[in-house]
Structures are given as structure tokens and as C-alpha cells.
Design a protein around this ligand. Structure first.
Ligand code: CP
Ligand code: NVA
Length: 301
């Protein structure tokens, strides 16, 4: 029996059945764009942003509109929380108005605090540690382009960051083997690695060429996340961890390239790769909408 979480903070809340049924629902919703048009009628999602966003903000807002509901977009800087009201009290208050809360925060402890005190589901729209909604879209994208998930080989190259941590959980649940190549000091969350190792092959290494060898999917992300913009950190990644044509040539000839976006061409990825034939980044961005519709329907209907 698939387990559906009350809140989605890391992706580890899902079991394999729950993840698989969300991906199937998202595929159906993508095929039938108007399906579920009134399913969330009169339902409301509060979206709290303490950091910038393009894809997350728009895809959640459009998802709620397409399902007949409404999203309220809130910038933390303009809420009383910016003047000292606790996130616990913010969560208690919003829970009296809305049916779910999605929040993008700096410190993962903040989303945990919201979830601990909300009486409605809480969705992590990106914290410094995890990005579960991105992983749902990434897995749908891989399933569409490769026709399967289990048994595939994914290579993550670059920063072992929030996007990487949730992807590791997702690969575990979907039984995808994942190799992560990062410079020393930038490895992913050891708990995500240990947990996923119980279900699939997970290895963390320094050498991008070894991680990418024969891979079906090559993924990277920015070297300067919103919560971590120190310019000095880029030097630790370049030039070795940039995804270039020659690195892609080591992957399976039919390998796809993915990136959650926003991307810095010429930094973590060459323009020729992200704008090339193997790149599926626009499908990946679109799939945020379909997977979040599936998630909202599960959590709210
Ligand atoms: N991938 C992603 O979360 O994009 P935004 O930062 O634009 O929301
Ligand atoms: N790792 C990036 C992802 C943005 C969607 C960040 O945290 O800024």
C-alpha cells in the first residue's frame, strides 16, 4: 500500500509505491491537461518565499489555478515573520486560512518548524538541505525519456547540495543507481546516502569521469546556491566539475543531460551541453507543473 505523507520536506517521507503512483498521476495529468479542473475548487495554498524563485512560484500557482483552486503568494520579507513573529505562530495562523503551505526557506530547520506547528500539509519548495519537488519532476523527466526508472545509472557532477540530497532519496525509492562526483568538502548529506544505500547503489567519489562513465543521465546544478554564494567556492569546482561535451562523451551515447535551473552557462555546464541535443532541461522545468499537480491532488483532495 502506497504511503502518502502529510507533509513533504525531504522526499524520504514517501515510500516506493507512493513515489511511483505520484509519477503515474503526473504522467496522466500531463497527457490530459484539463483533467482535475475542479478537483481543488475552493482549496487554497499559501506560498511563502524567503528566497527568489521563477519555476517553483509559477508552477505551483498555475497548478492550483488549473485544479480550480487558488494560491496566495507571500514574500517573507513583507510578513510579520520579518519583524519577529515566530514561524510557529505563522504556521498556526495560516493553517486557519489555507489548506496547505508551500515554503521556500534558507534554513531547513525553518520548514521543519512550519511543519511542526501547521495543522495543514507543508511542502518544501527548497531549503538549504532539500528540494523534493525538483526530484519529483526529475524522475518524471527520466521516466519519459528513458521509459523506465529502476536499473538506470544516474551521475551527479558538482555540488552535493539540496537538489542532490533529494535526488539521492528519489533514486533510492526508484531503485536507480546514482554516482555523485564532488570536490572534497562538498559531499551530499550522509543520511540521504546511507538511507538510499539500503535500496540501491549509491557512491560518492571525487572523479567526474568515473561517475559519468556509461551513465544514462548526467545531472548538475549551480556551484553557487542561493544560500551559499561565496565566490571563492567556485574555484573548488572549476574546471574539473563542469559538464562539457568531452565529459558527456563518457556517458552512454543516448544519455540525457539535466539541470534544475537556473543555470550558469560556462560555469557548471557548457552552453553546447545545456543547449545541445542531449539536454532535456525544458521538459524538466515543465514537469514541475505536472508533478506538483499530482502532489497537490494527493495532499488536498
Ligand atoms: N528549479 C527551481 O526550483 O527553480 P526556481 O528557483 O526558479 O524556483
Ligand atoms: N541549488 C540551487 C537550486 C535552485 C533551484 C539553490 O539552492 O539555489
Amino acid at each position: 500500500m502506497a504511503k502518502m505523507p502529510f507533509s513533504l520536506l525531504t522526499l524520504d517521507e514517501l515510500d516506493a509505491g507512493g513515489l511511483s503512483s505520484l509519477i503515474c498521476d503526473a504522467m496522466r495529468l500531463k497527457r490530459h491537461r484539463r483533467a482535475g479542473a475542479a478537483k481543488l475548487k475552493s482549496r487554497t495554498l499559501a506560498m511563502i518565499f524567503s528566497k527568489p524563485s521563477t519555476r517553483t512560484r509559477v508552477s505551483f500557482e498555475v497548478a492550483m489555478a488549473q485544479l480550480g483552486g487558488h494560491a496566495v503568494s507571500l514574500d517573507l520579507a513583507r510578513m510579520q515573520a520579518s519583524r519577529g513573529e515566530s514561524l510557529a505562530d505563522t504556521a498556526r495562523t495560516l493553517s486557519r486560512y489555507v489548506d496547505a503551505i508551500m515554503a521556500r526557506v534558507y534554513d531547513h530547520a525553518d520548514i521543519v518548524e512550519l511543519a511542526d506547528h501547521a495543522t495543514v500539509p507543508v511542502i518544501n519548495g527548497l531549503s538549504d538541505m532539500f528540494h523534493p519537488c525538483q526530484t519529483l519532476a526529475d524522475l518524471l523527466t527520466i521516466r519519459e525519456h528513458k521509459g523506465q526508472l529502476a536499473g538506470l545509472d544516474v551521475a551527479w557532477v558538482g555540488d552535493g547540495n539540496n537538489v542532490c540530497n533529494s535526488l539521492i532519496y528519489g533514486c533510492g525509492l526508484a531503485r536507480i543507481n546514482i554516482k555523485v562526483a564532488t570536490p572534497r568538502g562538498f559531499a551530499p548529506d550522509p543520511r540521504a546516502v546511507a538511507e538510499s544505500k539500503k535500496r540501491t547503489g549509491v557512491s560518492v567519489m571525487a572523479d567526474p569521469a568515473s561517475a559519468v562513465a556509461g551513465a544514462d543521465v548526467v545531472i548538475t546544478d549551480t556551484f553557487t546556491s542561493i544560500h551559499n554564494t561565496a565566490p571563492a567556492r567556485i574555484k573548488k569546482f572549476l574546471p574539473r566539475y563542469r559538464v562539457t561535451d568531452s565529459l558527456m562523451a563518457r556517458a552512454d551515447p543516448d544519455a540525457i543531460f539535466m539541470h534544475c535551473l537556473p543555470a550558469k552557462r560556462g560555469q557548471e555546464v557548457s552552453a553546447s551541453v545545456i543547449d545541445g541535443q542531449q539536454s532535456v532541461v525544458w521538459d524538466e522545468a515543465e514537469n514541475r507543473l505536472h508533478t506538483q499537480k499530482a502532489l497537490l491532488l494527493r495532499l488536498l483532495s
